[in-house]
Design a binder for this molecule. Sequence first.
Ligand SMILES: *Cc1c(COP(=O)(O)O)cnc(C)c1O
Length: 418
Amino acid sequence: MVAAIDEQRAAFRAGDGDVSGEAVVDAAAQRLTRAAALGLTGVLNGTGVLLHTNLGRAPLAAEALDAIRDASAGYSNLEFDLESGERGSRYDRLGSLLRAATGAASSLVVNNCAAAMLLILDTFARGREAIVARNALIEIGGGFRLPDVLARSGATLVEVGATNKVYAADFARALSPNTGLILRAHPSNYRISGFVADVAPAELTALGRSVGVPVVEDLGTGALFDLRAYGLPYERTVRDAVGDGMDLVAFSGDKLLGGPQAGIIAGAPAAIARLRANPLLRALRVDKATLAALAATLRLHADAATRERIPLYRMLATPLETLRERGRALQRQFPALEVIDTEAFAGGGTLPLAPIASAGVAFVPAGGATAALARLRAATPPLVARIDEARVVIDLRTIEPADDARVAGALAALFAAN
Ligand SMILES: *Cc1c(COP(=O)(O)O)cnc(C)c1O
């Protein structure tokens, strides 16, 4: 309704004739019908945020889509062992691929990383104590708050250290016969700096091993390789965590892996076996389409040459000049556009402080930036842009080159209306 009123107001300012209460109601009704008809639909992401949680995080590679089709259009060997002809487990399908990708001997895939953490805490810490540093009691987007998940799983949280400093001795002092696990969490989208101290991960795992307590890392982002290859800052990888001796490492499939929504747990066979025996796993289980897409994405990761078929890495690797050139091509169609340099972001709670040099187009719309943004969202497909002061900005790093024509379509509709 508000959007419809805005639209009518903009139309009135632009000198459009028919502005009445009825027209507003009609426009609002039209909007509702359109929204209902769309359901879940593809959108053009002009925000420059590569892993935009509200826009579905990682776009999938063509190979992943083919794999979904292959595994889902007909029957599959989801829980069937083709060698023996007997019942098999869906959790065995990705074993060797994940071993190669993570360096861990065993693994398990569940619905998402939050589910992975819930399963781990329920298995190892229910009715027991979980030791966590104060600086790791994170909340990430979408209501995932580590202390709450801990409470939900029936674990007693034992906080150690100060907000800014924690030492191995703090963990050692907190150990008790009732300790279920020691937990380390990736700070994701926040940083503390200045007068700080943290425990080296390997020091933590040595402590855990010395007393027979599993040490778990909630890594979240899940980089599979050193992102400095893409000019990004160093980000702790899954291999780093496994190499530091973590018993279990949990990360998302749709963040830096660039695959489908999934929670991947890599770790020691004994710890994974305990997770697999937990009846809760049945409620968190991953479906065949996800497994198929994840396997295809992992195969692309195996080689730096094929990695850029994953849209996330293709977008990261696009040279700045290519983006500017695409901007100039749009400008030739719409002289009101200005080609500008922008800052893109990885998003998804990863690398929050690392802007990625990017480029796009910008313009100052006649009826105000908010109304223009709404009009772009009403295009087919909807285009989600962002506002920078009075300007509308469309970042081209997060738009596939093949979609530039659709961006032009949305702009044409907007400029025609104004
Ligand atoms: C993103 C994230 C999660 C949650 O992952 P989902 O796959 O969205 O459930 C958990 N922990 C950390 C550290 C994260 O960054």
